[in-house]
Design a protein around this ligand. Structure first.
Ligand SMILES: Cc1ncc(COP(=O)(O)O)c(C=O)c1O
Length: 226
C-alpha cells in the first residue's frame, strides 16, 4: 500500500480529480473514498470496461486515471491501451496496479501506462515471507518525483525483504504458468458444476473479459478466479 499511497500523494494535489475503476483493492478504494478527500482530492468511480462511460467521465478535467488491469476482487479485465489513449487525450496520467497479472502476463508500460505498481508481497515474492511494493515508470521525471515522495513519506523496503523478493522474482516464470493452468482447471470444473451459479475467470470463453484478455495477455489468464 505504501507504493500506492506514496505515488498518489506525490502526483496529486488539492483540487485534483481522479477517475478510478468502479472496483479496486479494498484499501486503495478506502484511500480514494476516505483519505484523499481530506487533501482536497476527489474521485469519480465508473466501470472502465465501458469506454463510452470513460470518455464521458473524462470530459470533466481529470489529473489521473487509476485502475487494476485485472481488478481485485471483481476480476474485471480492462482494455488498457484503449483507456490509456482516452486518458492521454484528456491530459491525464495513467497509474495502474498490475498485481493480479504480474509482468509475466502483462506489461502495462508497453501499452502506454505512465506508472505501474505491484504489491511484491504476493506473486513477485511468491513465498509469503516478505512484504514490499514497487512503483515503476519509464518517464524519468515521474520516477524522480515518485522517489522523492518515497523519501518524504518513508515507505522504504527493508534490505532483507528486498533480498527475499529478488529471490522470488527469479522463479516467477516457473510459478505463473502453473498458477494459470491450475486456475483454468478449477474454473472449468466450477463452470460445469450444477451447483455453481457463476464463475469469474478471464480464461473462460463466456467471461466478460475473455476477448480483451486474449488480445492483451501474453501467456495465460492469471491465477485468480471468483
Ligand atoms: C491488487 C492489490 N493491490 C495492493 C494490495 C496491497 O498490498 P500489500 O498487502 O503488500 O500492502 C493488495 C493486497 O492484497 C492487492 O491485492
Amino acid at each position: 500500500m505504501a507504493a500506492i499511497t506514496q505515488t498518489l500523494l506525490t502526483l496529486l494535489e488539492s483540487g485534483d480529480r481522479v477517475l478510478c475503476h468502479r472496483s479496486v483493492y479494498d484499501w486503495t478504494d478506502t484511500f480514494f473514498r476516505e483519505e484523499a478527500p481530506r487533501f482536497g482530492i476527489t474521485t469519480a468511480q465508473v466501470d472502465l470496461r465501458d469506454l463510452t462511460a470513460v470518455d464521458k467521465a473524462l470530459q470533466t478535467p481529470t489529473k489521473l486515471v487509476y485502475f487494476e488491469p485485472l481488478s481485485n476482487p471483481g476480476l474485471d479485465l480492462i482494455d488498457v491501451p484503449a483507456v490509456v489513449e482516452l486518458a492521454h487525450d484528456a491530459g491525464a496520467v495513467v497509474v495502474v496496479d498490475n498485481t493480479f497479472l504480474t509482468p509475466y502476463l502483462f506489461k502495462p508500460l508497453r501499452v502506454g501506462a505512465d506508472v505501474v505498481i505491484h504489491t511484491a508481497t504476493k506473486y513477485l515474492s511468491g513465498h509469503g515471507d516478505a512484504m514490499g511494493g514497487i512503483a515503476i515508470s519509464n518517464d524519468q521525471a515521474l520516477m524522480d518525483r515518485i522517489r522523492r515522495g518515497r523519501n518524504i513519506y518513508g515507505g522504504v523496503i527493508s534490505p532483507f525483504n528486498a533480498f527475499l523478493i529478488m529471490r522470488g522474482i527469479g522463479s516467477l516464470h516457473v510459478r505463473m504458468p502453473a498458477h494459470c493452468a491450475n486456475a483454468l482447471q478449477v474454473a472449468e470444473f466450477l463452470h460445469d458444476h450444477p451447483q455453481v451459479a457463476d464463475v469469474r475467470y478471464p480464461g473462460l470463453p463466456d467471461d466478460h473479459g475473455h476477448g480483451v484478455a486474449t488480445r492483451l495477455l501474453q501467456a495465460g489468464y492469471g491465477g485468480m478466479l471468483g
